[in-house]
Write a protein that binds this ligand. Structure first.
Ligand code: GAL
Length: 418
């Protein structure tokens, strides 16, 4: 962390700083991994670093999707006290890269360990925006997943749905049986996570690219967008009365314990199932949101390294980056986190069936050009545009807009945010 910045460091601050500097081999890490499965995965990294005598100063900032964490980061950097490493997504990384000379250069580690050839181009777009590696990608998550309680589906005689209409029928059957059909937490980032899939299911990768990534007003305000919002309205009819404000992992718990049948959520949800000792195919099903098969809306968690004042802190930072990209860590961490490795050369045999499916589909989508940056998780456009979309999607989900108005508002909100 930055210790000496500016003038007038008081004697007390100096003595505190000297103490802190004595422990400079610690890494201070800002992140939002506070749910059970996330914390379990993070422990893999903490233990890995402890094995290298690198201490961990934890700076957790709760709040799914990382909005609160990014706000806390801005305050720390403004105060001249940047953490060693920060969990960050996609376009937020690019925004920080544009802030001039605040990020560390990881090229020495990257060159030594051949990151250029093992990290996919879709990820490098964010990790290495120019000539310098400024972040270490930890994983690849994807958002277009459904998580289902297998016992509930078996009890109700519901087969895994393969089309949108079959999915709606399955949700209706669960609701008619008195179950919570769709476990959901009413927070903008969670509605946006579902919206990734609803846009894909409505108009396929071309429509997703045009609307979510290219921000084409014709796509944002056209008939297909109205249809996408109509699908969101359908899903709104399947959530329980207490959905508003619920944290995502509590929605996952509803599926885990059989209170709910389905959840549409990124595969960090699988980390909750794994943390609850649930087994894919036995206790739960994982399948792509019907209508999105063949496409993957991805987001990669990366640790962005901020420049440090002294060599020991910089050395610890490089050791952390190196640990993150090691094949052993990539396997151990992603097995617990629910994501798949950021490296393409990691074998899948130690992973469960959901992860194996995810790794195959990621490779196939990358090959087919249907690996698309998640709008909901900052991989489609910068935060201002993402947050503008969040506002419209959530307003519609909460009944403030009908679908036609929501499509119009998408055009207006995105235009105002650009
Ligand atoms: C995502 C992040 C995941 C998980 C999720 C829920 O943005 O990539 O690792 O933290 O938010 O908070």
């Amino acid at each position: 962390m930055k210790i000496f910045r500016g003038v007038g460091v008081s004697a007390m601050a100096l003595s505190l700083a000297m103490t802190a500097a004595a422990k400079a081999e610690d890494v201070e890490v800002l992140h939002w991994w506070t749910a059970g499965g996330e914390a379990a995965a993070l422990n893999v990294l903490k233990e890995n670093l402890a094995g290298q005598d690198i201490g961990w100063l934890d700076m957790p900032v709760a709040g799914g999707g990382g909005e609160a964490a990014m706000t806390a980061l801005r305050a720390r950097v403004t105060a001249g006290d940047a953490p060693t490493a920060v969990q960050m997504l996609g376009f937020d990384i690019l925004d920080w890269a544009d802030q001039g000379d605040v990020l560390a250069n990881l090229n020495d580690v990257a060159a030594e360990e051949n990151w250029d050839s093992v990290i996919p181009a879709a990820i490098q777009k964010f990790s290495k925006p120019g000539d310098a590696w400024i972040a270490a990608p930890v994983n690849v998550h994807s958002t277009n997943w459904v998580w289902a309680n297998k016992a509930v589906l078996d009890e109700l005689g519901i087969a895994e749905p393969t089309t949108w209409d079959e999915f709606i029928a399955a949700l209706q059957a669960a609701k008619d049986a008195g179950k919570v059909a769709l476990a959901h937490g009413g927070q903008p980032w969670q509605e946006a996570t579902i919206f990734d899939s609803v846009v894909l299911a409505t108009g396929g990768p071309e429509f997703y690219q045009a609307s979510m990534i290219d921000l084409d007003p014709e796509a944002l305000g056209g008939e297909q967008m109205v249809q996408a919002f109509d699908k969101m309205a359908q899903l709104r009819g399947f959530v329980d009365d207490n959905f508003s404000g619920r944290d995502w992992n509590l929605a996952s718990a509803m599926v885990i314990n059989g209170e709910a049948a389905f959840q549409i959520m990124g595969d960090w949800a699988k980390g909750e199932f794994i943390n609850a000792d649930k087994v894919p195919g036995t206790d739960f099903l994982c399948f792509r949101v019907p209508g999105t098969e063949g496409n993957v809306t991805f987001n990669s968690d990366q640790f962005v390294m901020f420049q440090q004042d002294d060599e020991a802190a910089t050395a610890a930072q490089n050791a952390m980056a190196s640990a993150i990209e090691s094949p052993e860590f990539q396997i151990a961490f992603n097995k617990v986190k629910g994501s798949v490795p950021a490296r393409t050369d990691v074998p899948s045999d130690e992973f469960d069936d959901c992860a194996k499916k995810g790794m195959e589909q990621l490779a196939a989508a990358s090959e087919a050009g249907t690996l698309l940056g998640s709008m909901g998780h900052g991989h489609a456009n910068p935060a201002a545009v993402k947050n503008a979309m969040y506002d419209v999607i959530t307003a519609h989900f909460n009944g403030e807009y009908d679908s036609a108005t929501a499509a119009e508002e998408m055009v207006n909100a995105v235009e105002a945010a650009q």
